[in-house]
Design a protein around this ligand. Sequence first.
Ligand SMILES: [Zn+2]
Length: 85
Amino acid sequence: MIQQNPVMRVCISCRKTYDRENLFKITKDHKQGIMFGRGMGRSAYICQSKKCYSDSKIKKKLQKSLKTFLEPEFIEIFEKEITSY
Ligand SMILES: [Zn+2]
């Protein structure tokens, strides 16, 4: 089936709207905790602009939109994941 309308989501950093396909997804999974690009639960999206994912406030923004606490080591894993995305 051809999807006619792309699913649009807002980047939590620049607040611009993008096709979900082009966004990096971080999910707070009900069972497994924070997951990248998969998982079920509350999700946040970040666009592929370096300005957004390297933002010094990105962890704070993620915590706010996922309504969770992120471990200090989260940001290292996050950067690794997003640069290999
Ligand atoms: Zn952005």
